[in-house]
Design a protein around this ligand. Structure first.
Ligand code: PLP
Length: 257
């Protein structure tokens, strides 16, 4: 399974998290780096982006040697890189990818140039198997506002109208309290998958923990690993969500010990 993503030397996000996830799902990881970032848990301090030529030079020898069953795409910071990936897909060198539209780090650093956003939407989203924006990313991509489950569905609808075949809106930024009816104190986080109009709602228990880095990287890699193993999209999303929830629980235990 191939990840095309940014390199975070601190291992909190990007390629290192993707590789760890792909291995956990029993797949063989191969990777192409889009950007060498400089960061730690305190923030992102800069980045040196790859060129289209160097990205292609990383990918072509790998996909010519072994069949890549699934692809996950993370940080694609420039128009040049986005167009190159679209080209590689159109040439039939890569299968339809799982795209995590990485826009900003949790600390607020822009991980995509502002003029590249439109290219991402126009050129790459229609080529994805599924895109996995969180709520703020879905709002930036559509210029809509998300406040409840209905607006999550509306934003997924809009992204499909913009050309995406399938959209998973990750509800982790919207904690819902007391939604389980009388007597239920458990807060929830809801994700919505719209797969070509077939809508699945995933209700998960909200796990109270310090922010965990790289959860978007983990989720998209885990979905792609499920697809690589032949699962259908809803199955792959369900398993990926369980994996990420377990990782968040583990990090909570680490911070408590
Ligand atoms: N750095 C890289 C290379 C990433 O791919 C991402 C997110 O996908 C981030 C940083 C942002 O991660 P976080 O939200 O954990 O800051």
């Amino acid at each position: 399974m191939l990840t095309i993503a940014g390199f975070d030397p601190s291992g909190g996000a990007g390629v290192l998290v993707d590789v760890r996830t792909i291995v956990a799902f029993g797949c063989h990881p191969v990777a192409a780096m889009t950007s060498l970032t400089f960061q730690n848990s305190g923030g992102v301090f800069g980045a040196t982006h790859e060129s289209a030529k160097s990205l292609r030079a990383q990918i072509v020898p790998v996909v010519e040697e072994r069949k890549v069953a699934a692809v996950k795409i993370g940080m694609l910071p420039t128009s040049e890189l986005i167009l190159e990936v679209a080209c590689l897909i159109r040439e039939g060198r890569l299968p339809a990818p799982v795209i995590d539209p990485v826009l900003k780090s949790s600390s607020g650093y822009e991980l995509i140039e502002s003029d590249a956003l439109e290219i991402l939407t126009r050129e790459l989203l229609p080529l994805a198997r599924v895109i996995t924006p969180n709520i703020p990313e879905s709002e930036t991509l559509t210029a809509l506002t998300v406040s409840d489950e209905e607006s999550m569905r509306a934003v997924a609808d809009r992204l499909r109208a913009m050309g995406a075949h399938a959209v998973l809106i990750k509800g982790g930024h919207r904690k819902q309290s007391g939604v389980g009816g009388p007597g239920s104190e458990k807060a929830q986080a809801t994700d919505i998958l719209d797969d070509a109009g077939d809508v699945h709602v995933f209700r998960g228990e909200w796990i109270e923990a310090l922010p965990v880095r790289g959860t978007g990287c983990m989720l998209s890699s885990a979905i792609a690993a499920g697809l690589a193993k032949g699962e259908d999209l809803p199955q792959a999303v369900a398993a990926a969500k369980e994996f990420v929830a377990a990782e968040i629980r583990k990090s909570k235990l680490k911070t408590q010990s």
